[in-house]
Ligand binder design. Structure first.
Ligand SMILES: *Cc1c(COP(=O)(O)O)cnc(C)c1O
Length: 219
């Protein structure tokens, strides 16, 4: 079993102070999250809305819940009352739905535009060219209850560091292009296997699961 408290402590000591750690707790039981909470962790990332909502109900109320997985529009309503940041806003239809549900809850929901930087074809996210146009033309302007605070990207699952760097560099470039215009503050980039590389490319938020909670049985 993973020593969550020890792993967290270790991880925190390695991370620059201005980088935010999202503890990715998907598939892990509430006891594991509680242990991380007791060790001081307050930001947790989940990739399924139902699972996140169950955990939100069961665990301390000062936890900030981040949705990091693909979002189906018909499920936005379940997290709209409480979600703290949605990393995976990747299409206009989803912005529209988040706006609608945020409004119902009298909130403005912070989101990241997820950009598809992985050269392999398996990831979600808006293709880079489309993302640039989306930001240039401020296509989310009609959705005042959605606040784009930055970008998120996932690199390919490969050993080739040059490729991973190329992908992170691409996202950093888009981030810097629009940073001022949008007052961006979050570049969510890097997981257990590649967060060190992500930090070299300006990541301000890393999403780390297995390095804290141990390997998952499934994704
Ligand atoms: C699962 C997941 C992570 C964490 O992955 P680890 O390799 O366990 O650190 C990060 N980001 C996203 C989007 C994920 O789905």
């Amino acid at each position: 079993m993973a020593d969550i408290t020890q792993n967290l402590k270790q991880f925190k000591s390695e991370l620059p102070e201005d980088v935010t750690l999202v503890a990715v707790s998907k598939t892990k039981p509430n006891e594991d999250l509680q242990e991380a909470y007791d060790a001081g962790q307050r930001i947790f990332g989940e990739n399924k809305i139902q699972e996140m909502t169950d955990k939100w109900k069961a665990l301390p109320k000062d936890i900030q819940w981040h949705m990091i997985g693909h979002v189906q529009t018909n499920k936005v309503k379940y997290m709209a009352p409480y979600v703290s940041l949605i990393h995976s806003a990747d299409r206009l239809k989803l912005f529209k739905e988040i706006n609608k549900e945020a409004k119902k809850n009298e909130r403005v929901i912070d989101v990241l535009l997820q950009v598809k930087i992985a050269e392999e074809d398996s990831k979600f996210g808006m293709p880079p060219e489309e993302a640039k146009t989306f930001l240039e033309e401020n296509k989310a302007a009609n959705y005042p209850n959605v606040n784009i605070v930055g970008l998120m990207g996932m690199a390919s699952f490969v050993d080739d560091e040059t490729q991973i760097k190329r992908e992170f560099a691409q996202l950093e470039k888009i981030y810097n292009t629009f940073k001022e215009q949008y007052a961006f503050s979050v570049l969510s980039m890097g997981m257990s296997g590649d967060y060190k590389l992500a930090l070299e490319y300006g990541s301000t938020m890393v999403r780390v699961g297995s390095a804290i909670f141990g390997a998952r049985n499934y994704n």
